[in-house]
Ligand binder design. Structure first.
Ligand SMILES: [Zn+2]
Length: 107
């Protein structure tokens, strides 16, 4: 039995860069606040370039590889994800709300 469609769908009310622009803080409409270090978020990029189409192709990115990474641009994709452009020029990352919500707060 799948519970996937029975879960509460929280939606971000606001996104804010904090801690000298090194942390993305998301305030969800159910009152939860999640905080994500940008280097952790960048390393977690799930795009085909970073993760490949098979685990053996994954670049195995680590947060330590992105010291001082910044968000250049962030834009909503429909109502399910955000497209993030990074200061290292990487611009194919899509971060779904589900992924952001389920990621542990890292800051
Ligand atoms: Zn990527």
């Amino acid at each position: 039995m799948s519970q996937e469609h029975g879960s509460i769908e929280a939606f971000p009310e606001s996104l804010e860069l904090t801690d000298d622009d090194s942390v993305l803080q998301i305030a969800w409409d159910d009152g939860h606040t999640s905080r994500h270090r940008l280097d952790v978020l960048r390393a977690a990029c799930s795009c085909a370039m970073c993760q490949g189409h098979h685990p053996s192709q994954s670049l195995n990115l680590k947060p330590e590889q992105f010291p001082g990474i910044r968000i250049t641009d962030i834009a909503p994709v429909g109502r399910y994800a955000y497209h993030i452009v990074w200061s290292d020029g990487h611009d194919t990352g899509i971060y779904t709300l589900k992924m952001l919500r389920e990621m542990e707060s890292t800051a």
